[in-house]
Design a protein around this ligand. Structure first.
Ligand code: PLP
Length: 361
């Protein structure tokens, strides 16, 4: 009998590791490990979830029209070119499923998001990595690694876990320089935190080979509910709608996302807190001699002098109930990625790190 085996590539996938969420024996944990909104979800989204309970027996909408209209109203985009998914993870996944297979290549930068590799392998495609320069995406390196086999290029801008960002003109240069049969996917999970940036929406409208993905998991505080969306040329939308689940989003997900999208006051307050605390965290880390780049996102990548020191700092924080993210798997064994929290959260993490420094001195 032939052995039962999965498709090639699948067993090469290492399981995704989420940020830690609990510390045994502590009920005062400060979770700064998954770039979540430190204020929780918007109250309007919570109310929408409660209201949705009465219609749980109903199948949800398959065309997501109300949510796409809300997104279109807020962002000024064509609702007909929006696709909604179970987190932006699902958009990334169906893009790979639709456009890349055995013999094809999926290209992304060295420190790129883990889902790009996972989704490429799941589709049977070959992941290809382009080096970065000083924790910044290098357009020339991406262009040099692109080949006639490249079908998809993923670029998170701002990037996770570095927090750095490519200028609009560099993104446009990348789009223009890639081979013809290749889609550029701009992952905008953090783009709202970078002031005055459209996440590539204009590029999607001016070209036929660029896709933008966005999420409700970060700014909107709905990571637990799993909702994301994409903006793409009509031809790509037609493809993705054919392979996503027709009922991929529940009524609860759809109505919570719509309420969160329309709650602009909550968004503005969150952004103001993030900008203030990100600047404070960055300055204070540097004053302690802990290196970090200017972040355009809702986290800061703190770089210690060695992997051992980063590990010791991580344990020191955990002993004080604070969870941050080690990013060894992203190529930063000396790094800790710290989500920007509220003013009180930032005080707590900075006090703990100051104590760590004192004890080490
Ligand atoms: C968090 C994150 C996402 C969001 O994923 P969801 O599936 O929408 O929760 C996407 N891309 C990057 C780079 C991220 O860090």
């Amino acid at each position: 009998m032939a052995p039962i085996a999965p498709q090639p590539g699948i067993m090469d996938i290492a399981l995704y590791e989420g940020g830690k969420s609990a510390i045994a024996g502590r009920d005062d944990v400060l979770k700064l490990s998954s770039n979540e909104n430190p204020r929780g979800p918007s109250p309007a989204a919570m109310e929408a979830v409660r209201a949705s309970a009465a219609t749980l027996h109903r199948y949800p909408s398959t065309d997501h029209a109300a949510l796409r209209t809300a997104i279109s109203d807020v962002h000024g985009l064509d609702a007909g070119r929006i696709v909604c998914g179970v987190g932006s993870d699902e958009i990334i996944h169906v893009l790979c499923q639709a456009y890349a297979g055995p013999g094809d290549e999926v290209l992304y930068p060295e420190h790129g998001f883990a889902m790009y590799r996972i989704s490429a392998l799941a589709a049977g495609a070959t992941p290809v990595v382009a080096r970065e320069r000083e924790r910044r995406v290098d357009v020339d390196a991406l262009l040099a690694m692109a080949s006639e086999r490249t079908r998809l290029v993923f670029l998170a801008n701002p990037a996770n876990p570095t927090g750095t960002m490519l200028h609009e003109a560099e993104v446009a240069r990348l789009a223009a320089g890639l081979p013809e049969a290749c889609l550029l996917v701009l992952d905008g999970a953090y783009v709202e935190y970078a002031e005055g940036c459209d996440g590539g929406a204009a590029l999607v409208e001016s070209r036929d080979d660029v896709v933008m993905t966005r999420t409700f998991s970060k700014l909107y505080g709905l990571g637990g509910l799993r909702i994301g969306w994409g903006y793409a040329p009509r031809a790509v939308i037609d493809v993705l709608n054919r392979i996503r689940g027709p009922f991929n989003l529940s009524g609860t997900q759809l109505s919570a996302a719509e309420a969160a999208m329309r709650d602009r006051a909550f968004v503005a307050e969150t952004l103001a807190i993030n900008a203030a605390q990100r600047a404070r965290l960055t300055q204070a880390l540097r004053a302690m001699g802990i290196a970090c780049d200017d972040s355009q996102a809702n986290f800061v990548l703190a770089r210690f002098r060695s992997p051992e020191e980063a590990g010791a700092a991580d344990l020191h924080l955990q002993a004080r109930g604070i969870l941050v993210r080690r990013v060894t798997g992203y190529g930063f064994p000396e790094g800790l990625r710290i989500t920007v929290g509220t003013e009180a959260d930032t005080t707590r993490v900075l006090d703990a790190l100051a104590r760590f420094r004192e004890e080490a001195a």
